[in-house]
Each structure stands twice: as C-alpha cells, then as structure tokens.
Design a protein around this ligand. Structure first.
Ligand SMILES: [Fe+2]
Length: 328
C-alpha cells in the first residue's frame, strides 16, 4: 500500500502500453493492406507459419496489397515455440528484400516472431540474446501489424515476445515498449476453423494470463480489473469454443478475453505457472498452452496459502463462487 503525506491511500502507479490502433471486429483482418499503406509501407512482408502459408486469407491479403500499389512479400517459415536462431534468417530476408513493414498472420509464435524480427532489422548491432529481460531494446524496429488467428497469446497487444534458446534448452522472454505492435487487427472469424485441441491449449494460455496478471506481484488495480474481465469471458466461453468451434459469438468472446488478458499481463507480468512452463517448452518442447494447463492446478494450490483472499474475486469471475469458500 502506498500512503501520501496525509496518510491517504494512493493507487499503485502503473504505465500502460498499447498498439496505436486496435480494431476488434469480425472480418477486420481484410483491412491489413490499407493499414500497411497508412503506415507508409511500399513493401510489406507477411510473416506466417507453414500451415498459414497455404491459406486463402494470406493469398487474399497479398492480392489486395498488390491492388493498392504495394509490392508485398511472404516469409512462411515460423516454427511453433520459435527458436531464436530462425530470427537471423528472417532478418536477412527482410533486409535483402528491402521490406518496410511486417504483418504477422498467425498465432503467438508468428506474432512474437514478427515483432522481434522487426526490432532486429533496425538493431543489427545487438543480438536477440542480449535483449532478453526488460527494456533492453535500443530503438524501435520496422512498423508491425498483428493479425491473431488463435485466441491465446495476447501478443497482438502485448509488449512481450518469447523464444526458444536451443543451446540452453530454455525459453526466454523479451519485454520492451518497442515490442508493442503499431496496429492490431483482432478478427474472431479467423478462429472459426481452429481445431479443438489448439482452441483448448491456446484458450487455457489466455486464462492463465488472466489469472497470473491478477495474482502477480507486479499487478495494479488496472491490470486486476482487466484480468477479471478476461477470466470471466474465457471461463464462460472456452468450453463452447472447443465443443462448437463455429459458434461465432463464443469465438468473439474468447478473442476479446484473450486480448484483454494480453493487455493485463503485458503490464503486470506473469508468475509461477509461466516460469515453470518455460523449461518444459525449452527442454521437452511441450506446447506452451499445454504446459501451462498441466501446471496451473499445482501452482494455484501453492499460491493459495499466500494470498487466499485473492482467489475469491477469481472464483466470482469464473462463476463458481460460493459464500462457504470464504470460510475455508
Ligand atoms: Fe502464455
């Protein structure tokens, strides 16, 4: 608690970092080419994984970019839980091709990858490993546009990117104001075809973002408010998204919850579940959402002893609160 000179409780200070523009609307991903144009791009590069590389969505966005007079390109080699070594190859491609704006179309791996590649293309004197931690990126990178196709990482609005460092068999996070995208286009329609297993794993990642943003020692009243909204939306809609993936209303609510959770943890940081999930990803390549899911119960049981009262608003947000819980 912070006290003023007059012993009045003061709100814990916080800073809020967000993309300059966030559009949340089914169908809005088609705006990416004109948004790239508004950012001054003549040669945008779409960044995807291997599956998205064959998608009609990508082909449509590339065609529209050409129609608007730009000369777009595509780099489609992002791997899940991307190894940091792959960044160098992408950056060489970006520089050789004279690309001036990166547009990520994909899940958290593709978005993290594009955000960091954009930074490295403008910060050639420093290696990615030296930027691990908080605010170690010297200057802003190329402009970026994020188009999430899953509802989990929150990378479209966060100031964070996570990579696998294969030599150390570790995953490490890079956090910087220069990793906040310029524009996020959150289009829930893009998640309608996600298979149940990916929907579940990425959705649980988002739920853990909300829970850890609320419990983290770095939290503040603003992130706590955001976190409870995220927990509420995800708890009410994730199962429906898994069981009935074509339910656009549920998909919209899940995309919204995931985005809000991303805003929350981008400020507060995450906590024990993520800290323990990173070695599982780095050493054994357990997908991030699955590692979080496996650890959540055990870390929460441990946390319960230290901050029991904080679990009441979480239970309320999840719709499972009963007054007898307060007496435990
Ligand atoms: Fe996560």
């Amino acid at each position: 608690m912070i006290l003023s000179k007059n012993n009045i409780d003061l709100m814990k200070p916080f800073k809020f970092r967000m993309p300059k523009e966030v559009i949340f609307e089914s169908g809005c991903s088609c705006l990416a080419p004109e948004k790239a144009l508004q950012l001054g791009s003549e040669r945008p590069l779409f960044i995807t994984g291997k599956n998205m590389a064959k998608s009609k969505n990508l082909a449509g966005l590339m065609d529209k970019s050409s129609e608007l007079g730009m000369n777009p390109g595509h780099w489609g080699k992002v791997e899940p839980e991307p190894p940091v070594e792959l960044l160098e190859k992408a950056v060489e491609y970006i520089i050789r091709g004279n690309y001036d704006c990166l547009i990520a179309l994909g899940g958290g791996s593709s978005m993290d990858f594009a955000k960091m590649a954009a930074v490295m293309a403008k910060n050639r004197e420093i290696k990615a490993g030296d930027m691990v931690g908080s605010e170690k990126i010297p200057q802003k990178g190329l402009p970026t546009i994020m188009i999430p196709t899953t509802s989990g990482s929150g990378s479209e609005v966060s100031a964070v990117a996570v990579f696998s460092f294969s030599e150390e068999k570790m995953k490490k996070g890079i956090s910087s104001r220069f990793l906040v995208a310029d524009i996020a286009l959150v289009d829930p329609e893009l998640t309608l075809d996600l298979p149940p297993d990916i929907t579940a794993a990425s959705g649980m990642d988002a739920l853990v973002h909300g829970v850890e943003a609320f419990l983290s020692l770095g939290t503040n009243p603003f992130t706590q408010d955001l976190a409870l909204i995220a927990i509420s939306k995800i708890s009410a809609n994730l199962a429906e998204c898994v069981l009935n993936g074509k339910n656009l209303g549920a998909r919209e609510a899940q995309s919204y919850g995931s985005m809000i959770a991303g805003m929350a943890f981008s400020m507060s940081g995450t906590a024990g579940v993520h800290a323990m999930a990173y070695p599982l990803g780095g050493q054994y390549h357990v997908p991030h959402g699955e590692a979080n899911t496996a650890l959540l119960r055990w870390v929460m049981e441990y946390n319960l002893e230290g901050c029991e009262e904080k679990f009441i608003p979480i239970a309320k947000a999840m719709g499972v609160y009963e007054p007898s819980m307060s007496d435990c």
